[in-house]
Design a protein. Structure first.
Length: 69
């Protein structure tokens, strides 16, 4: 799993120490793709409404795989 975290970190996909609400996954995704943390959270909720259930699995997996800053 450490190699996955290294790969995420090298691509700039990390959970920031600041601006976290739960685990920092949305803030990290927003930062990586040039979005604000708030906009990333709104998109996540919209995606949850469109594809219910998938984010309940995706969020914890990303929380585990994304290294903290």
């Amino acid at each position: 799993m450490n190699s996955v975290q290294s790969a995420f970190g090298s691509k700039g996909l990390v959970r920031p120490r600041r601006n976290r609400v739960v685990g920092g996954v949305c803030a990290g995704l927003g930062r990586r793709f040039g979005l604000s943390a708030g906009l990333a959270r709104i998109l996540f909720v919209i995606l949850l409404m469109i594809l219910p259930g998938s984010q309940v699995v995706i969020y914890p997996v990303l929380w585990i795989l994304m290294p903290s800053e």
